[in-house]
Design a protein around this ligand. Structure first.
Ligand SMILES: Cc1cc2nc3c(=O)[nH]c(=O)nc-3n(C[C@H](O)[C@H](O)[C@H](O)COP(=O)(O)OP(=O)(O)OC[C@H]3O[C@@H](n4cnc5c(N)ncnc54)[C@H](O)[C@@H]3O)c2cc1C
Length: 450
């Protein structure tokens, strides 16, 4: 019989709730401690790629996510001046990777995971802020702001980019965040867009639209819940356009202190070189409909597992990355799948540390690679005029004509992204990878008994 462990998850974001579902489904007693008083209520939409959908399918949640996802087929990639660089097809994505790319509002993403957690018997405590924790032996513990002390067999730090748990995992010394870009998430009334002959086609053609310009890029699409057109406008720093002062303490996290009302003049001041459709819809944005995200990433950490092996990190707390590949939350979902799978091999609490090291071996190097590729993807999209950009655009021309290596199959998926590593990112089989690692760690005789 598999042992049932007491597990505390700190943080009720996407990473924490997803991991709680995976662990509860394996029979553990799981509690999520979330400092906010309720679920998140704002934010744009997030892309959910194949690697995360595989885990959600394993949890029996794929159908529910498909039901709430925005329906889209084409993703048009334009250069800032309106030249078509590429047309990506969601059905090609499905054909090649086994799953389409879902697009789901952030709050729905979190809510579906929360509801699944509750169904699986996870205890969720809102308004529970962890102030302190200790990697003590035999059991680690946390202390809440109320003074309450809670021990557990395993503590999972899913407390986001500014993680408190990380400091303890790293032996008391935290790392410095690396600011990446500024994202202005704006919404525009679809009715206004439709009544303007220049922007109407963007609503009529549907799907997603991206524009890539020098040091800036946008990803846009219409939301079906409130019919607004949503535009995420990224500004990458350059010498004459540095990140604002407050950005130095950046975070991707959704809390009020980290995402705030954006300064619309920053968006307006940076679309001068964009085509008319973009300039027109940017002019329709109301100042109150512009939200700012300070986008940052974490450097690679020395470890994700504490000295005693009973405190472990996942999600943004472990590998916050820039969103230019749409992989931050996706990898968090994977982390939970791998961690739950690895823990299943522990036949007693003494074996928890070794299984957590196995989890780290599977996910840490991968997350670091994806983080690097996401950063490179941001650079690729925002190239300034010059040889590199000419080469990029020539590659797209050939691809659109069905020529060149990437256009051969005529498949309209995002081959160019992630420097050709997309199949590795999307095709990750979290169970098989966990099994492979566990087989290295545990002797064959032991495996036969489990
Ligand atoms: C503009 C933008 C676009 C993005 N687009 C995508 C995308 O398309 N696809 C994708 O996969 N990813 C995307 N991401 C990344 C994604 O949003 C994050 O990777 C993901 O939300 C991280 O989830 P998390 O649960 O690890 O962290 P968080 O969402 O930060 O959650 C951490 C939780 O821990 C709680 N907490 C913190 N400290 C404590 C404490 N001491 N005690 C108790 N609770 C605590 C917080 O209140 C919070 O609820 C995007 C990010 C940005 C900024």
């Amino acid at each position: 019989m598999r042992p049932e462990f007491n597990i505390l998850i700190i943080g009720g974001g996407i990473a924490g709730f997803a991991a709680s579902v995976g662990l509860a489904r394996k029979g553990h007693k799981v509690t999520v401690l979330e400092r906010s008083s309720d679920l998140q209520t704002f934010g744009g939409t997030l892309l959910i790629p194949a690697n995360a959908l595989k885990v959600l399918e394993d949890y029996g949640l794929l159908g529910a996510f498909r039901e709430v996802a925005e329906k889209w087929e084409n993703h048009m990639i334009y250069r800032h001046d309106g030249k078509v660089l590429d047309i990506l097809s969601n059905s090609a994505n499905q054909k090649i990777f086994g799953y389409e790319m879902l697009n789901v509002p952030r709050q729905t993403y979190q809510r579906l995971l929360y509801e699944a957690a509750v169904r699986e018997g996870v205890k969720v405590r809102f308004g529970a802020r962890v102030e302190k924790l200790a990697d003590s032996s035999p059991l680690p513990y946390v202390i809440l702001s109320t003074g309450e002390k809670i021990e557990a067999d395993l503590i999972v730090g899913a407390d986001g980019i500014k993680s408190t748990i990380r400091r303890v995992v790293l032996g008391g010394k935290d790392v410095k965040l690396q600011p990446n870009s500024t994202c202005y998430q704006c919404s525009i009334s679809s009715t206004d867009m439709l009544s303007n002959p220049i922007t109407a086609s963007l609503i009529q053609e549907g799907g997603l639209q991206s524009w890539w310009g020098p040091n800036t890029h946008l990803i846009c699409g219409r939301r079906s819940n409130d019919l607004a057109y949503e535009a995420s406008f990224f500004i990458h720093p350059r010498p004459e356009n540095p990140l604002p002062e407050y950005h130095v303490s950046s975070s991707n996290s959704h809390e009020a202190e980290n995402s705030r009302k954006g300064d619309l003049s920053q968006v307006k001041g940076n679309v001068g070189m964009y085509e008319e459709r973009v300039k027109n819809f940017v002019n329709m944005i109301k100042p109150e409909d512009c939200l700012l995200w300070k986008v940052a990433q974490l450097p690679n950490l020395p470890s994700w597992v504490s000295k005693n092996g009973r405190i472990v990190l996942l999600g943004d707390a472990a590998h916050a990355m820039s969103p230019h590949l749409g992989q931050g939350a996706a990898l968090s979902i994977e982390d939970g799948g791998v961690l739950s799978h690895c823990l299943s091999r522990a036949s007693s609490a003494d074996e928890i540390p070794i299984t957590m090291k196995a989890y780290e071996s599977v996910q840490k190097g991968r997350a670091e690679n994806v983080k690097r590729l996401a950063e490179a993807s941001g650079v690729f999209k925002t190239l300034e005029e010059g040889k590199e950009r000419e080469k990029r655009d020539k590659g797209f021309e050939e691809r659109l004509k069905g020529q060149g290596e990437e256009g051969k199959e005529g498949e309209r998926y995002e081959f160019f992204r992630a420097s050709g590593h997309l199949a590795w990112i999307y095709g990750w089989d979290f169970r098989a990878e966990a099994e492979k690692e566990l087989d290295k760690v545990f002797p064959t005789e032991k495996r036969a008994k489990i």
